[in-house]
Design a protein around this ligand. Structure first.
Ligand code: GLP
Length: 242
């Protein structure tokens, strides 16, 4: 793992955006794995600014998002598809047909997950997978458990994740209890992985990811086994990593 230490959230966002734009400049038809959450918002904003200046072109890029809440369709403002359109895709010249998010409106979990895995298998390995990290060390929605999941699967969200994500909903009762998520095998198949983290509330998860045993109790720890993984994190998130 290579650790890129950043001063603060803005610095982390710029460095994350720099790596993503370098990937797209080097390979205009790059396949990007993308993440939702608060962490990548600054990087998406930076990429939009560079796109507006003419510095980066997304016309040939295709994207594959990590996860989606079960039961939320693309027009639901709480869905991750809506988030991606609203935060990023609507502001750049990406072809929406080349952007992919698991289909939360398909309540047939087996079919929805199989369809996403087939899509990813047909695409081949992603060039760059962007990840955030949950306070409990989850990546995508791969919650702590007894084993690592492989392909896209339906997840029962951990109580701590429901709590953490409730800040984005009107009430905790509105947070979906289930989600579709890429599995660890999908994520580890990417050629390069960039995991971004910001804030003191991520410090323990970041420490466990970098120094802890490789264990499904901290899903992000599996990234220690990836040959080309960057951790882009600010001082607060790295505060336990001296
Ligand atoms: C969510 C998402 C993850 C995200 C993580 C951290 O539950 N499923 O993909 O990385 O939690 O979110 P945030 O960046 O808002 O802290």
């Amino acid at each position: 793992m290579r650790i890129i230490r950043c001063k603060d959230y803005d610095d982390m966002s710029r460095k994350t955006a720099n790596i993503i734009s370098a990937q797209v400049i080097l390979k205009p038809n790059a396949k990007l794995g993308l993440a939702t959450g608060t962490t990548p918002i600054g990087a998406y904003k930076q990429l939009i600014a560079w796109y507006n200046k003419g510095d980066v072109d997304f016309s040939e890029v295709s994207t594959y998002n990590l996860d989606e809440y079960l039961g939320l369709g693309p027009d639901d403002p709480q869905s991750y598809r809506y988030f991606m359109n609203d935060t990023f895709f609507n502001h750049i010249n990406i072809d929406k047909a080349k952007t992919h998010v698991p289909d939360g409106s398909n309540l047939d979990a087996e079919a929805a997950c199989a369809a996403y895995d087939e899509l990813m298998a047909a695409a081949g390995p992603l060039d760059l997978q962007l990840l955030g990290i949950g306070r409990n060390g989850h990546v995508g929605f791969n919650e702590p458990g007894d084993s690592f999941s492989k392909g896209t699967h339906c997840v029962e969200l951990a109580e701590s994740t429901i709590q953490a994500n409730s800040r984005l909903f009107d009430s905790i009762d509105d947070v979906p209890r289930k989600a579709y998520s890429m599995g660890v095998q999908n994520i580890m198949s990417a050629k390069t992985i960039l995991i971004a983290a910001s804030g003191a509330d991520k410090a323990q998860a970041v420490y466990d990811m970098i120094y802890g045993p490789v264990s499904p109790q901290c899903t992000a720890s599996i990234l220690q086994l990836h040959a080309d993984c960057f951790v882009v994190a600010d001082e607060a998130a790295l505060s336990l990593c001296k």
